[in-house]
Design a protein around this ligand. Structure first.
Ligand SMILES: [Mn+2]
Length: 328
C-alpha cells in the first residue's frame, strides 16, 4: 500500500460535494491519523494565493475529486509529495502520482465517480461511500448505466435501502455546500466515521434543516415572474446559496422553455450564469471560454462565472445564440 511510505505532515484537499466528501471519508480511513482535510473556498475550482502559501508547509498533499489547475499542482509538488485521485477530464500531470483513469483515456462509464476510483485503489469491497459518490455525481441518470445500476440495486437489496433513500442521502450531504457552510463540509468526512449505521445520514438534523431552507429559497425564486425574451425565460436572482442549477431546472421543466438565470448574490465580484435549453449548448460553452469566463456544462446545460461588468453582454450573447439556434 502506497500510503505506508507517506511521512510527515499531510493534507487532504477534496471537492465539497457528496463525491468529494465520500472520497475523503474513504481515504482518511487509510491515511496517517495526522492528515488534515480541507476543501477550497466553495465554488472555487482553484487554490488562492493564500491557500497556496499555507499548503507549502505540508510534506504530502492528496487531492480528491478535483481537477485543480496544473500550475497549482506543479507548485505544490515543488515542496510536497502530491497524489491525485480524480475522474474529471484533465491532462495527466507529470511529476506527481496522478490516479485518473479518465485522463488515461478509459471509458467514463466504467469510472463514474472519484469515490469508486478511490475505493478500488484501496482494495475495499463495495460500500455505501463508494456508491454515494456515484449517485451524487449522476443522480437518477445512473439508472441508464447497466453495470453500476445493478451494483447499486444489489447493495440496496442487501441493506434494505431504496434508491430514493440514496438520492436523499446525497441531497443531505450536498446541503452544506449549497447553504455555503464550508466548515460543515470539512467536518462531514469525519462525521461519517461515527455513522456506523448508514441510516444516520438520513437523520442528521442540521442537514435536514439545510434542505428546508434551500427548498424555501428555491421555491421563492421559482414562484416569481420571469422576463420573457421571445420564447426564452430570463430571471435574475440574488441569493448567497448555491441553488442556481435547481432554480433553472425547475423554471425550464415547468415551462418547457429555454431558461437563463443570473445570480448576483453568490460572489462579491462575479455573477453566476446558468442556462438550460432543449438545443445543443456546446458552441455557447466554447464561446464563453473564448471570452475568458470560467464556463462549463453539458449538451443541455451551461454554467458560468462572469465578472459583474461582463454579465449584461454575456447574457445578450446567450439570448442571441438561443434565438438563432431556434430559428434554424
Ligand atoms: Mn466527482
Amino acid at each position: 500500500m502506497m500510503f505506508k511510505e507517506l511521512q510527515g505532515s499531510g493534507l487532504l484537499i477534496h471537492h465539497w460535494d457528496t463525491d468529494g466528501i465520500c472520497s475523503a471519508r474513504l481515504l482518511l480511513e487509510k491515511l496517517p491519523k495526522i492528515v488534515v482535510n480541507t476543501t477550497p473556498a466553495l465554488g472555487q475550482y482553484f487554490l488562492t494565493e493564500e491557500e497556496m502559501t499555507t499548503y507549502g508547509s505540508y510534506d504530502f498533499i492528496i487531492i480528491a475529486d478535483m481537477a485543480l489547475p496544473e500550475e497549482n499542482i506543479r507548485r505544490l509538488a515543488k515542496t510536497a509529495r502530491v497524489m491525485i485521485f480524480d475522474h474529471h477530464l484533465q491532462r495527466l500531470i507529470p511529476g506527481v502520482f496522478h490516479h485518473n483513469p479518465i485522463a488515461t483515456g478509459k471509458n467514463p462509464l466504467c469510472y463514474p465517480s472519484a469515490s469508486w476510483i478511490v475505493n478500488e485503489f484501496l482494495g475495499n469491497p463495495v460500500n455505501i461511500f463508494a456508491l454515494l459518490g456515484i449517485v451524487g455525481d449522476h443522480e437518477r441518470r445512473i439508472q441508464t448505466n447497466k453495470k453500476f445500476y445493478s451494483i447499486i440495486t444489489n447493495f440496496c437489496r442487501k441493506n434494505q435501502l431504496i434508491f430514493d433513500e440514496f438520492l436523499l442521502m446525497v441531497s443531505l450531504l450536498d446541503s452544506s455546500y449549497k447553504v455555503g457552510d464550508r466548515i460543515s463540509v470539512q467536518q462531514a468526512p469525519r462525521l461519517l466515521f461515527e455513522y456506523t449505521d448508514m441510516r444516520r445520514i438520513l437523520e442528521n438534523v442540521q442537514w435536514k434543516q439545510n434542505l428546508v431552507l434551500l427548498e424555501n429559497e428555491i421555491a421563492k425564486y421559482v414562484r416569481g415572474d420571469c422576463e420573457k425574451k421571445n420564447d426564452i425565460l430570463l430571471k435574475c436572482i440574488h441569493t448567497p446559496y448555491n441553488i442556481i442549477s435547481s432554480v433553472t431546472r425547475r423554471i425550464a421543466w415547468e415551462s418547457g422553455k429555454d431558461a437563463v438565470v443570473v445570480n448576483t448574490g453568490f460572489f462579491k465580484d462575479r455573477d453566476q450564469v446558468y442556462v438550460r435549453s432543449g438545443g445543443d449548448l456546446q458552441p455557447l460553452i466554447h464561446q464563453g471560454k473564448m471570452n475568458g469566463y470560467r464556463c462549463g456544462g453539458k449538451k443541455e446545460v451551461l454554467g458560468a462565472v462572469v465578472p459583474k461588468e461582463k454579465t449584461e453582454s454575456f447574457v445578450e450573447e446567450i439570448l442571441q445564440f438561443l434565438l438563432s439556434s431556434k430559428a434554424k
